[in-house]
Ligand binder design. Structure first.
Ligand code: AMP
Length: 429
């Protein structure tokens, strides 16, 4: 029978990789909790409109990358290409903004889908962890969000992360800037790529993200947003930079950073990290402030700020830089039945240790040599072996072997948990 492979751009996660993902995700969640963010779980499926209106018709995501289809009931649905618009849809639909305790502070984790060209660090189904802080326009809400992202990366052991920041200004700044870009690109656009021609009509800001080398040369000469900022936006950006300095968060201003999603305004940022071997996976995380997204989705005009990490990229850089070596899984006890007759008794001991003792226990189901079982215990990083033969069954006991010390003793089953508790308590001291 023909083997069926996974879909292009998707990947399976198993073995040590699962441990790596668990570790990274739980670190991200626990730090978000410390920053007083709360978990949300919006659906993977949304109406297509959520993203065409939210992320914006001029973004590459909406123009080219969405998995959109008609369901059997004729609804136009999209597999989420990002979380922010869906979370905003949830906030508007459930009127979560109707509280005097703004911002709403949410974190999320899960798969997103983009029909991109698969390459290093780029998948069609990948996982994002991110946060949204919704409903408060203070620049310190932006700062809190950046500080959270930076703390996560430091806690994972990534040193030398580059935080790039820029401001896209308020509506007035961006309107003026778009006009200036249109004027500048008018004389070049006929020689630029087809995508840029569309971008020129829809939103000339998007041209700045063009990856075609000849177009990038032209982009180098384009006007900079910094020359078109309103006084209010200039002042806000100064506050952001000052706060980053006070909080000791290193950053560089990148005035070419515009981000590919249309909802951004004011502060935008990206985190980059080059692994020690020099591999560059692109941005490992990115985000920014958004002014009008809630309105676009039918809600009141409340701003927000958020970021998103690509879990695949974070795991890749941690792996490359050998920062995952301490997360290997361990087992408290590996049970070794010496005969078929010992299997049931071993099951009883396993259930007792797991359910009453709370110990992590695995057992061997094969009739194999004791030497093999010790090898398996080693592979599983077990601390103890519990060996069970006929003698032990007759005496209601087991042989308990400390695998590090290579010492063993006979222990009555009703004393086994007490014995292990004593050992693990002394380990903790
Ligand atoms: P974005 O929503 O485009 O700002 O992306 C946020 C983060 O998701 C990026 O910084 C990347 O780390 C990650 N990311 C974006 N696209 C992909 C992709 N196709 N495959 C893997 N990770 C991605």
């Amino acid at each position: 029978m023909e083997i069926i492979n996974n879909v292009k751009g998707t990947h399976d996660i198993f073995g040590d990789e699962t441990d790596a993902y668990d570790y990274v995700e739980s670190m991200m969640k626990s730090i978000a909790e410390i920053y007083a963010f709360n978990g949300v779980r919006p659906p993977v499926l949304e109406s297509e409109k959520v993203f065409s209106r939210g992320v914006g018709e001029s973004s590459d995501i909406v123009r080219k990358e969405m998995y959109t289809f008609l369901d059997k009931g004729g609804r136009m649905l999209t597999l989420r290409p990002e979380f922010t618009a869906g979370i905003m849809r949830m906030v508007v639909q459930n009127k979560l903004y109707a509280t005097n305790e703004l911002p709403l502070k949410f974190y999320y984790l899960g798969p997103v889908f983009r029909y991109e060209r698969p390459q290093l660090g780029r998948y069609r189904q990948f996982n994002q962890f991110g946060v949204e802080s919704i409903g408060n326009n203070s620049p310190y809400s932006d700062i809190e969000t950046i500080a959270l992202a930076y703390t996560i990366l430091c806690s994972l052991g990534l040193e030398g992360v580059t935080l790039k920041v820029n401001t896209l200004g308020d509506d007035e700044s961006r309107d003026n800037y778009r006009k200036a870009l249109k004027e500048f690109f008018a004389k070049h656009i006929d020689h630029m790529c087809e995508d840029c021609k569309q971008r020129y009509e829809l939103n000339p800001l998007r041209i700045l993200d063009c990856k075609v080398p000849e177009d990038q040369e032209i982009v180098k000469g384009a006007p900079k947003i910094s020359d078109y900022l309103s006084e209010a936006s200039k002042a806000r950006f100064i506050q952001i930079k000052d706060a980053l300095e006070v909080l000791n968060i290193p950053y560089e201003v990148d005035d070419g950073l515009v981000r590919g999603l249309d909802y951004y305004s004011e502060t935008v940022f990206e985190f980059h990290y080059k692994s020690k071997a020099g591999v560059d996976y692109g941005a490992i995380g990115a985000g920014g402030h958004y002014g009008k997204l809630m309105q676009e989705l039918g809600g009141p005009e409340l701003p927000g700020v958020g970021f998103s990490f690509g879990i695949e990229r974070v795991v890749s850089v941690l792996k490359d830089d050998n920062l995952l070596k301490d997360i290997k899984k361990e087992l408290d006890v590996y049970i070794m039945p010496l005969s078929e007759e010992a299997m049931l008794y071993s099951q009883e001991v396993a259930v007792l240790l797991r359910n009453s003792g709370g110990y992590k226990v695995d057992m061997c189901f094969d009739k194999t040599k004791l030497g093999n079982m010790f090898k398996r215990a080693g592979n599983k990083n077990a601390k103890f072996a519990v060996i069970i033969g006929e003698d032990e069954i007759n005496k209601d006991s087991v042989i308990l072997k400390d695998l590090a010390k290579q010492e063993q003793e006979e222990v009555k089953v009703d004393k086994l948990i007490e014995k292990l508790d004593k050992y693990f308590d002394s380990e903790e001291e």
